[in-house]
Ligand binder design. Structure first.
Ligand SMILES: [Zn+2]
Length: 54
């Protein structure tokens, strides 16, 4: 259980405005919570729409 090198890596949450870190237990996870995931996805979507308009 406590063998060295077996700790989950800490990762910074990629959601805009979120400064939390989370344990990277799942390789595909990029956010500390699903709420942040939704926010990050929404922000990305919004940026794309904005860029297309300009
Ligand atoms: Zn977050």
């Amino acid at each position: 259980m406590l063998s060295s090198g077996n700790w989950p890596q800490l990762r910074a949450c990629l959601a805009p405005g979120c400064v939390l870190y989370f344990a990277k237990e799942h390789t595909r996870r990029e956010w500390c919570s699903s709420t942040c995931g939704n926010r990050a996805r929404a922000a990305r979507h919004y940026q794309r729409r904005k860029a297309r308009r300009l």
